[in-house]
Design a protein around this ligand. Structure first.
Ligand code: ADP
Ligand code: MG
Length: 232
């Protein structure tokens, strides 16, 4: 799998990119056992409908463009698509939106993916620190990370104890243990993602930054909804 990941990196670099598009980043994650939403690349509205059918409704459609970093902000994400007509319309609408916001954006297709049911959101990240090397980050989604800076860090590689501590150090992690009648979330699934991410960045020192944001965590299992990887 190391070779397969390297191949994805080299292909992106051959296209002049120092970062991976969402579908490429998710393919890399999947190779290391990190759960991601199932996805296919549509080149036409009919394909968007066909792939939505194959994946199973509801689906999500997203712009694939090396020139769009925040897909949502340019109208490049359409959630909760429930039928073929909607899928075709969403395909066209996304392209229209992106062309309006960024007329010169290169469009490589439309990503069709399963819609992950909403649940508790966490963020798993990695950053290559100039001094300490690959460093992992964990936090809960939304305001906890952005406003409270309620996150934990560990230098990679990490073991199971480290992963467990990374989660429990974050104050908001009480929410994962069951909160206000909500069922507890699958903490083992988060630990596994942290460990797999550690392995991924250790085996690929050319990863400068990795961002799984958000990861939906369920009573059983978890799923990465958006992924970014930046190369050195
Ligand atoms: P951006 O490039 O703007 O970060 P995202 O891919 O993160 O775009 O999509 C924006 C938001 O849409 C996500 O933060 C999430 O709330 C929701 N979303 C995206 N993809 C999915 C999906 N497959 N299932 C459920 N929600 C999704
Ligand atoms: Mg995102």
């Amino acid at each position: 799998m190391r070779e397969k990941v390297d191949e994805i990196f080299r292909k992106a670099e051959a296209k002049g990119r120092k970062f991976l598009l969402e579908h490429e980043a998710k393919t890399v994650c999947k190779l290391y056992g990190i759960p991601v939403t199932e996805l296919k690349i549509a080149k036409t509205p009919d394909e968007a409908a066909k792939f939505s059918e194959e994946i199973g409704y509801p689906t999500v459609l997203k712009i694939i463009s090396p020139n769009v970093f925040h897909k949502f902000d340019v109208g490049g994400v359409m959630l909760d698509i429930t039928g073929p007509e909607e899928a075709k319309n969403a395909f066209n609408k996304i392209i229209e939106n992106v062309k309006k916001h960024k007329p010169d954006a290169q469009i490589d297709g439309i990503l069709v993916q399963e819609m992950a049911p909403s649940s508790t959101e966490v963020i798993v990240g990695a950053i290559k620190d100039p001094q300490f090397g690959q460093t992992l980050m964990f936090g809960l989604g939304g305001t906890f990370v952005e406003i409270m800076k309620d996150v934990s860090f560990r230098i990679a590689p990490i073991n199971e104890d480290d992963a467990q501590q990374m989660i429990s150090e974050v104050k908001a992690s009480i929410i994962l243990r069951g909160y206000r009648g909500q069922p507890p979330r699958d903490i083992d699934a988060i630990m596994k993602i942290l460990l797999d991410t550690s392995k991924l960045v250790m085996e690929h020192p050319d990863i400068k930054e990795l961002d799984l944001n958000p990861v939906m965590v369920y009573e059983k299992g978890a799923k990465t909804v958006d992924a970014r990887i930046i190369l050195e």
